[in-house]
Design a binder for this molecule. Structure first.
Ligand SMILES: [Mg+2]
Length: 262
């Protein structure tokens, strides 16, 4: 069945929007850097009182910094393993991943890591792996020469054969044990911290993303937005975002922020 094409971003109705969830890599960042334009757009959203929450596959170590220092209300990390936020000057962290089984999960991930390293030449454990708590991240183009789509598929296959959940971001293949995703933990945040029912209040939130690990959010949110480079992943996506920006990555994020800020 033909996937419905995303509508132009100008068509989005943001009148009731109170919060913006967004992916970081290649949605907020552009070719590995956060541009002045994108970071200013984030400040603009925060300054007009919107709830801003990055939702990323990046590691716990990065998220600690983001929650403390960026103009955000919270951050969801490691593809939904946890969210964390500053409350009254103190860090609060809530786990969605099965925290008690962390050691068992790690040893199972090491088995997957060894198999990937043995079978997929040119792949590498991602350079941010040391700062992760719950997932294994395989680099397919960030610090290694880009692997082919077939090789990325083979990495996914190895994770899946071992029973891990896996998602491909624009830079890594991530795998973990547990049912959490970016979406389930975003829901948890809305319920716990905003006391809203996200099913009923779906229209009050916007989500912006660019790749396959954003897919559950693209499907769920009535106001899901892809930055223009999402089209690079169109073949891999079962669910497309409902809207699309003209600009790529950070420029697309800034375009969306401008519409929300009015
Ligand atoms: Mg991304």
């Amino acid at each position: 069945m033909e996937k419905p094409a995303p509508k132009p971003i100008e068509d989005i109705d943001v009148r009731e929007v109170i919060g913006i969830f967004f992916d970081i890599d290649d949605t907020f960042s552009s070719e590995g850097k956060i541009t002045k334009e994108a970071y200013s757009a984030l400040w603009n959203l925060k300054n007009i009182g919107k709830i801003v929450v990055p939702i990323t596959g990046r590691p716990a170590g990065w998220c600690d910094h983001i929650a403390r220092m960026w103009p955000v209300n919270a951050v969801v990390g490691e593809n939904g393993a946890f969210y964390q936020m500053m409350r009254n000057g103190r860090m609060v962290k809530k786990y969605a991943a099965p925290e008690k089984e962390i050691e068992t999960m790690r040893s199972r991930l090491f088995v997957i890591r060894d198999e990937v390293m043995r079978k997929i030449k040119g792949s590498a454990v991602s350079s941010d792996q040391a700062f992760r708590e719950f997932d294994l991240s395989i680099d397919y183009c960030e610090d290694v020469p880009r692997l082919s789509e077939a090789e990325v598929d083979r990495i996914v296959e190895i994770f899946e054969r071992h029973g891990a959940t896996t998602k491909v971001s624009s830079v890594h293949v991530n795998g973990w044990f547990g049912d959490h995703t970016k979406l389930t933990t975003a829901k948890l945040f809305v319920q716990n911290e905003l006391c809203l029912d996200i099913e009923k209040d779906n229209h009050k939130f916007v989500f912006a993303g660019d790749s396959q690990n954003d897919e559950p959010m693209f499907e769920f949110f009535e106001k899901s937005v892809g930055v223009a480079n999402v089209m690079d992943f169109a073949k891999r996506l079962k669910f497309m975002p409902k809207y699309i920006t003209r600009g790529k990555s950070g420029a697309g994020f800034a375009e969306l922020a401008k519409i929300i800020c009015g």
